[in-house]
Design a binder for this molecule. Structure first.
Ligand code: KG4
Ligand code: ZN
Length: 349
């Protein structure tokens, strides 16, 4: 079976072709064209600009994809229909609809959040294994620029949202902190790089940021106060300190620790409360090296029998390959493609 997937939910334009035979994945093509440079000067994604770029890039990427995949015989077309930026989602949906119509193939709509979870099952050069009795229930933490959600997963396709952010997403907090510090966009990787250079033994500025909602007896998050705390600390420092590499490194380290502390505490609480067999991460923020390490350490220490999954870095951020694999699991869902529409706030479960 060969699946062609399209993804345009935010600022990446991506098309992938995935061949699956006997649970073996053959990645025929996965092109991700990032618009990061274009949006950098706005310090975040500018939706109408992103839409125009998707429109311009999709036919070019399709041509490249077909060439790279050596003119594949496509069985299914798939596309993310939400959540995401509505005008961007529509670009991908309309493009995929045209393609499905031309090829006379079914079109499978895919939930963006589910795709980030399924990214964990992308295995190159080996069979993917999903043994329900071993893996589920699982708790999934999806952390990206637009979402921070804790999801209880009973099986592929069976999800229950148990907590989410009440304001900013974790990735958004990284992006805003980086903007305050003048590090550029996207903030996550920039903060990550600065934090890695910080000498933890000798903090000079002793920055103490809050860990919002860390002790609350629910699985919800809130990151807007953290961003404000970064802004106040920054504003109250003399210019010389604000510009000092030492301050920037120390602040980046503290922001990263604050975000990880909250994500870790809530995820472990959910994992224990629901007695899960696996902890699954996904989304752009899961690319953070420190976050992955701290989850690994904590799970090994406190829940050593729990499986721990995190996607390969290149499959953490938005890509069409995760969409293709998700569509594979839902290939029998026959949706009338004419009825598929963008839902910016599409929920999982
Ligand atoms: O999943 P994604 O590509 O797009 C959305 O669905 O939003 O996630 C993008 C987010 C951005 O906020 C970016 O700053 C963050 O993921 N990110 C990271 C890292 N790499 C990307 N955050 C922390 N550490 C990283 N290494
Ligand atoms: Zn995403």
């Amino acid at each position: 079976m060969i699946i062609l997937a399209v993804e345009t939910s935010c600022d990446e334009t991506s098309i992938a072709v995935l061949k699956i035979e006997n649970r073996r994945l053959d990645i025929l093509s996965n092109i991700v064209s990032s618009q990061v440079k274009l949006h950098a000067k706005y310090g975040g994604v500018f939706p109408s600009l992103a839409k125009r770029e998707h429109q311009k890039n999709l036919p070019i990427i399709l041509k490249k994809t077909i060439k790279k995949a050596d003119n594949p015989k496509i069985d299914i077309v798939a596309v993310i229909n939400g959540p995401g930026l509505e005008i961007c989602l529509w670009q991908g949906i309309n493009f995929a609809k045209d393609l499905a119509k031309k090829l006379r193939r079914p079109l499978v709509p895919v939930n963006h959040i589910e795709a980030h979870i399924i990214a964990n099952f992308i295995s190159e050069n080996s069979k993917f294994e999903i043994r329900n009795s071993n893996f589920f229930p699982a708790v999934c933490l999806v952390v990206s620029g637009g979402h921070t959600q804790l999801i209880l997963m009973k099986d592929i396709g069976k999800y229950k949202l148990i907590g989410e952010t009440r304001d900013d997403a974790a990735g958004e907090c990284f992006d805003k902190a980086a903007r305050i510090l003048g590090l550029g966009y996207p903030g996550g990787p920039k903060v990550d790089a600065q934090a890695a250079k910080h000498q933890t033994q000798k903090p000079k500025y002793k920055i103490n940021l809050p860990r919002p909602m860390i002790a609350a007896k629910n699985y919800d998050f809130s990151f807007s106060g953290l961003k404000t705390a970064v802004l106040y600390d920054f504003k109250n420092r003399p210019l010389k300190i604000k510009k000092s590499p030492l301050y920037v490194k120390e602040m980046c380290f503290e922001v990263q620790q604050a975000i990880i502390d909250v994500l870790l505490r809530k995820t472990i609480k959910a994992a224990k409360d629901f007695k899960v067999k696996s902890i699954i991460l996904g989304g752009g923020v899961a690319a953070c090296q420190k976050l992955k390490e701290r989850f690994k350490e904590k799970i090994e220490k406190e829940m050593p029998h729990t499986k721990y999954f995190v996607p390969d870095v290149k499959y953490c951020t938005d890509n069409a390959l995760m969409v293709a694999l998700t569509a594979y699991f839902h290939r029998s869902r026959r949706t009338n493609w004419q009825k598929i529409s963008a839902d910016a706030n599409l929920k999982i479960g």
